[in-house]
Design a protein around this ligand. Sequence first.
Ligand SMILES: Nc1ncnc2c1ncn2[C@@H]1O[C@H](COP(=O)(O)OP(=O)(O)OP(=O)(O)O)[C@@H](O)[C@H]1O
Ligand SMILES: [Mg+2]
Length: 457
Amino acid sequence: MSAERILVVDDEELIRWSLVERLRAEGYDVTEAGTGAEAMERARDGVDLVLLDYRLPDTDGVAVLRQIKELDPDVLVILLTAYASVETAVEAMKEGAFHFANKPFDLDDVAFLVSRALETTQLRREVRRLRASQAQPYAVDRIVGQSSTMEMLRTLLGKVASSPASTVLLTGESGTGKDLAAKVLHYNSDRAHKPFMNVTCSALPETLLESELFGHERGAFTDARQLKRGLFESADGGTVFLDEIGEMVPALQAKLLRVLEDRAFKRVGGLQDIKVNVRVIAATNRNLEEEVRAGRFRQDLFYRLNVLPVTLPPLRQHLDDVPALTSFYIDLFNREFRKDVKGASPAALKVLQSYGWPGNIRELRNAVERAMLLATESWLEPSDFLLSPAAAAAHGDAAFRLPPEGVNLEALEQSLVVQALERCGGNQTRAAALLGMNRDQIRYRVEKFGLARPHHS
Ligand SMILES: Nc1ncnc2c1ncn2[C@@H]1O[C@H](COP(=O)(O)OP(=O)(O)OP(=O)(O)O)[C@@H](O)[C@H]1O
Ligand SMILES: [Mg+2]
């Protein structure tokens, strides 16, 4: 954190000089002013604390105090005065002064007062920041990471959120933040005060999913005793988030396409068109183009969804964000577990940054959570993290070195996948772990290389 900024306001140069010197020696970032007007100018640049003389050539301290508090109520003001009277003291306290120091003062006393006061501001700011973040848990800043990849992602999400775009496609491996991105999109759009409806397409059998999405009329099928509104109707004005869209069966894909094109649908068993105004955010960790080629996903729906694609990158492609994400989760779990872990040690960060993170940010979050439960020291050490060594080796610097003549990557990949499957007796989940992949990634390669049969006899 950068040094706290202190503003010293006094018209007597010698007093100002002695205060400035002393506070600089304490490590603060100090600026000064000789008049009330100058003080306000400096205060506008942002300060944490003001040492304010009561007697100023152009105005009095209490008036300046009032203006500073208007600018930023969290700024602390310590009033310095040679003319302490009960009335001025009471008045100053009413206006929110933190404390009084009588002139002539002892520099040690002032330095002590300043350090105590600054602890208070920090606390107040922290509480305010927490409150604000609870009021708006899905601000764009909830997407953590300073890499250019994440900067671009935040900018893009911000733009898309406030655009009139009616469909957005989120793609990315499991744990990269698709869910989070969907909420950020909704809560930063002008639909934020309307419903956000979420359904996981793979979680329900086809007929149930259909009535979940579109509702049904009374008597539409045996169990349909009464009319039911679907998600699209309930979400009117808001957002429908269709997670795992790649798993949606073709019949429903057709109905969905119609909603996207005509903004209309019929309830199951219904004749009448129902019009809605919803934004549809679809997410998948599959490669939809592959799915289209394989005939499992409608091409027209893919094109309609793909108008605004947003790709969440795998964590191994922005490892420079690992420190920021780690400290974000340390903060979070410090609050949750009432702990006071200071951070991850440089050695631990090095380990975390050379790991492949097949489970992406979700895996990092879980790793930090587990480490914080195990940690006995105030810094997290490499031994607190239980990372899969195979996945680490696959991405770490001990990994394969490119020979001078180069390699055939495709053939190498195939050979490694075959070896991993052989070693695991054809168990794809375990083979995937050996290669630092998730199940979808290995399944995709098994299909690509035509490896399915020999291992599934
Ligand atoms: N950039 C980020 N900053 C902070 N936390 C993040 C970020 N991206 C993801 N997370 C967190 O990581 C976890 C996993 O993210 P999320 O559930 O959004 O992934 P997903 O892509 O939807 O995964 P799946 O495909 O498995 O559903 C969540 O706890 C989420 O809050
Ligand atoms: Mg998800």
